[in-house]
Design a protein around this ligand. Structure first.
Ligand SMILES: [Zn+2]
Ligand SMILES: [Zn+2]
Length: 356
């Protein structure tokens, strides 16, 4: 099979022939019909994570947002068979530990991150192996095509988990979303579907107009504001005193602090974006101010596979279209260029590999 491999940080991926994977006894092999290109791939490709001893190894097949069709299963797999249409979440659980049993497979202590570690080769490939298939694979509804489903393995479900499960955004809440890349735009669409009034923040007007199409009520471009550092003030003006929930989709110090400062008293910040070389995993925060106003700060990562029925139910009930996030379909050989473009934040919406 063809696969795109991380040879060296910051250099083009190598597209090579590799042997087809075999399913483990509890695993499955999925033919990849679509796989999104994500900022997390850019972090891996850039060699981020060394400060946390968490760098993705050279030789890794990247790609962690697959949708496709099961082509082989191990003999212990009960729930799936060849021909089943599936989504694969990037945060794979073992299905047996106390966290998985409590419905929190996304924080499984023995879990694997698809496409980010040697034990879990990724889905920038014609086929991908999935461990603990009965637990991790998600049946894809008839109405959900593969390109639209690609973001459901990562950005879309991450936004849902952050807004509907880590905190509970509801009707009438004001939600600020800082950073309108793939996960930010997903948060805009899902936040609007949950009934929130959504304020989208981004330095790029094209990203903001996409955010408006996906349901944002207000769009704030920090570069068009009168003085630097005025994003929180603008959000507080637009929300009559502060957002109920504010989400940092980007993971740079400024957007994180802007998000926290955008909140009303007792508001909730949700951190979804991971940091870059500049922060090295840590951001200083206005803790006295957060104490004074009883601000909550939550981390959120991926989504447990067991939450997919709730996410599908929201999509069906509200008629939102995850496919609306897909800005471009690509071939496998184009991935390197799209990763390089993320250095300059050039991408818009979600870009999906559909040709392998
Ligand atoms: Zn992703
Ligand atoms: Zn587990």
């Amino acid at each position: 099979m063809r696969a795109a491999i991380l040879r060296e940080y910051g250099e083009p991926l190598a597209v090579r022939e590799l042997p087809d994977p075999e399913p483990a006894s509890d695993g499955a092999v999925v033919r990849v019909d679509a796989c999104g290109v994500c900022r997390s791939d850019w972090h891996a490709w850039s060699g981020h994570g060394e400060w946390a001893d968490d760098r993705v190894p050279r030789g890794q097949v990247l790609g962690h947002e697959p949708a496709g069709e099961v082509v082989a299963v191990g003999d212990e797999v009960d729930r799936f068979r060849s021909g089943d249409r599936v989504v694969v979440p990037f945060s794979l659980g073992d299905g047996t530990c106390p966290h998985c049993r409590r419905g929190a497979g996304n924080v499984c202590e023995d879990g694997r991150a698809l496409g980010f570690e040697a034990a879990a080769p990724g889905a920038f490939a014609e086929r991908v192996a999935v461990p603990a298939a009965d637990y991790n694979l998600v049946e894809r509804p008839e109405w959900l095509g593969a390109p639209a489903a690609a973001a459901l393995g990562c950005r879309y479900m991450t936004a849902y988990h952050a807004l509907a499960e880590r905190t509970t955004v509801g009707g009438g809440d004001a939600l600020a979303v800082h950073g309108c890349g793939g996960v930010g735009l997903s948060a805009v669409q899902i936040g609007a579907a949950l009934g929130a009034r959504v304020i989208a923040v981004d330095v790029d007007d094209a990203a903001l107009s996409l955010a408006r199409e996906l349901g944002a009520d207000e769009a704030v471009n920090p570069e068009s504001l009168p003085q630097e550092g005025s994003v929180p003030g603008r959000v507080r003006d637009l929300t009559d005193g502060g957002a109920d929930v504010s989400l940092d989709a980007l993971g740079v110090a400024e957007t994180c602090r802007n998000s926290v400062r955008s909140l009303r008293p007792r508001g909730t910040h949700v951190q979804v974006g991971l940091t870059t070389d500049a922060e090295r995993g840590e951001v200083s925060l206005p803790t006295d101010w957060m104490t004074r106003w009883e601000i909550s700060f939550l981390g959120s990562r991926g989504m447990p596979p067991t939450s997919y029925p709730d996410l599908f139910a929201l999509i069906e009930a509200t008629g939102i279209d995850p496919g609306g996030l897909v800005a471009r379909e690509l071939s496998l050989s184009a991935v390197s260029d799209r990763l390089a473009a993320m250095d300059e934040y050039e991408g818009r919406g979600v870009e999906v590999v559909t040709e392998f």
